[in-house]
Design a protein. Sequence first.
Length: 144
Amino acid sequence: MLMRTDPFRELDRLTQQLTGVTGTWSRPSAMPMDAYREGEEYVIALDLPGVAKDAIDIDVERNMLTVKAERRPAVKTDDVQMELSERPLGVFSRQLVLADTLDTERITADYEAGVLTLRIPIAERAKPRKIAIGGKSEHKQISS
């Protein structure tokens, strides 16, 4: 139901970890995620610890789902001297191609404990259904 991410994105992620370079709006970092089916809906859980709710942007255009978030630095005063900084800052983004069988009109989003959870219902037209068999059908013959 979902398209895998670009394989070069993992290489970018590794490079960012080694160099300490964070994501920007033009080259955002990836955010870890899980995607699974639960009953009649797909669930996507994205890790965004330390990101404020108002710094998350979710868009759907046709079947392309885009999630962008920005982790901003903590407010610092002049008397604070950073000793260690391992938590990545900057812009994070994830794009997913959603199958036509998902109802993109009814996506819901919740954000709790640093995890953004999107729930996408399976479209009614994609659910299995029984087809009734009708009675006698009348056929007209065409004579030449």
